[in-house]
Design a protein around this ligand. Structure first.
Ligand code: ADP
Length: 446
């Protein structure tokens, strides 16, 4: 009985154990299932979250990379109102802002480049080691070297001008502006004013800016003016000294010298006439230059004006037995200032007679060249030496001073001619051979 009871207990225990095991198995099974379910849900939720946050961030990274490459035309598309959306808006605004600033800087740079390139002054930027950083086209012209041969080179290696190199060295060493005048011999003889200013970066010299101003023309005009004053004084002084001398001689007793007193007076008269023509020519020149009396433009018959001028020279022509042939057509006319054209003919015909040979000949004729009228006054007189030809239109320039004075010349006749013709938009010229004669011509628009 005891044994049966024990068996029963054992059976129960087994059944209980089996039941408990089943229970456990069932419990773990549902636990694992639940775990997988939870993992699945977590994965789906994670993917959704990733799709909503990581993707836009990746997009932002891509667009930001474009920004860093300098392409600000892209924008981040993000419609969400969360932090990511706000970041996208901030990035877009920043890109827009940078794009606007870059556009503005580009426009300013273009303006500066246009100014730099069109400046009549030569501008050169030098770094602190004395190397040329950039030059404008005027510098290329001044030194006769293209940009590519200058930029990036040490100044003295490419532009062998010690004066400018010294200026640059001083500015870089002392950090103070320097201004000086230099004369360049090559490629052209020129006078320049050089201004060099230091450039500072955080109060340390980082280079210098050299501005070169061509003052050749200013210096030339100063010389011309100085020479002109000296010439005028000299020209006035000579007849005045003579007049004074002869008046003194007369006063000291020569007045009663019946043999010579008239000769002395004649000399005084000649000098007074010279002074008169000199003052008249100077007045004519100053009037032409000051433009005080503007041109009175109307139809001018050149043949008639030339003929009238020739008539005025009748006595000189007879004295030298010079013949003038006026071949200008009767209807030849230009739009010009009549009195001034008459002055041109007067000065040219006067010279053609003065510098002619005895029994000489003068020919006046017209040609049409490229729609312009060329009037020539040709003589077969003494001619002009080749070396003097380029200078005869200069004020007071005379091949033979004494001869010109003796003939009553002032040395201003041709410069007056040049001035008048240029005021009419034309130009003048000369062809001559010493001993054979000269042809002085002027071109006028028809
Ligand atoms: P000038 O009062 O001496 O004539 P111009 O200015 O008219 O002054 O001329 C300047 C110089 O040019 C003259 O002195 C002369 O040497 C030379 N010249 C001008 N015209 C002629 C010419 N037809 N033949 C020779 N030489 C001339």
């Amino acid at each position: 009985m005891k044994f049966r009871g024990f068996k029963l207990k054992l059976i129960f225990s087994y059944v209980f154990l089996i039941l408990v095991s089943f229970g456990f198995i069932a419990f773990f099974h549902s636990l694992i299932l639940g775990l997988f379910f939870a993992l699945g849900v977590a994965f789906i939720l994670g993917s959704l979250v990733a799709a909503r946050t990581i993707k836009p961030i990746n997009r932002m990274i891509q667009v930001s990379r474009k920004f860093s490459e300098g392409d600000f035309s892209r924008r981040i598309i993000q419609s969400s109102k969360d932090e990511v959306g706000e970041l996208a808006v901030a990035l877009n605004e920043m890109a827009q802002d940078i794009e606007n600033k870059i556009r503005k800087i580009k426009a300013q740079n273009q303006e500066l480049a246009a100014i730099f390139n069109s400046m009549i002054e030569g501008v050169m930027l030098i770094d602190k080691s004395g190397r040329i950083v950039s030059v404008n086209p005027t510098i290329e012209k001044i030194f006769g070297s293209p940009k590519r041969d200058l930029e990036g080179k040490i100044f003295l290696e490419t532009i062998r001008n010690n004066d400018i190199a010294e200026v640059i060295d001083t500015v870089l060493a002392k950090g103070k502006p320097v201004s000086t005048e230099i004369t360049l011999i090559y490629p052209l003889r020129k006078v320049f004013e050089v201004n060099a200013t230091p450039i500072f970066e955080n109060e340390v010299i980082s280079g210098c800016l050299v501005v070169i101003h061509d003052i050749t023309e200013i210096r030339r005009l100063e010389t011309v003016r100085r020479d002109f004053v000296a010439n005028v004084s000299h020209e006035l002084k000579t007849p005045l000294t003579s007049i004074k001398g002869f008046v003194e001689t007369l006063l000291e007793g020569a007045l009663d010298d019946k043999k010579n007193n008239r000769d002395f007076l004649k000399i005084i008269q000649d000098h007074a006439e010279r002074l008169n023509s000199l003052v008249n020519d100077l007045l004519a020149l100053s009037q032409l230059e000051s433009k005080e009396a503007p041109l009175e433009i109307k139809d001018v018959n050149l043949q008639r004006e030339a003929e009238e001028v020739i008539l005025g020279f009748d006595s000189q022509l007879k004295k030298k037995n010079v013949e003038i042939e006026n071949t200008l057509a009767h209807d030849i006319s230009v739009k010009a200032d009549k009195e001034r054209i008459k002055q041109v003919f007067t000065n040219l015909i006067d010279n053609a007679i003065k510098f002619n040979k005895k029994d000489g000949r003068v020919k006046i004729y017209a040609e049409e060249i490229n729609g312009k009228l060329k009037i020539s006054v040709e003589d077969f007189g003494i001619g002009i030496p080749e070396k003097d030809i380029p200078r005869i239109f200069e004020r007071f320039y005379r091949v033979d001073k004494a001869r010109s004075r003796q003939l009553g010349g002032t040395g201003l006749g041709l410069s007056i001619v040049k001035h008048i013709i240029e005021l009419h938009g034309g130009n003048v010229g000369v062809e001559s051979a010493e001993g054979l004669g000269s042809k002085l011509w002027f071109l006028l628009p028809k």
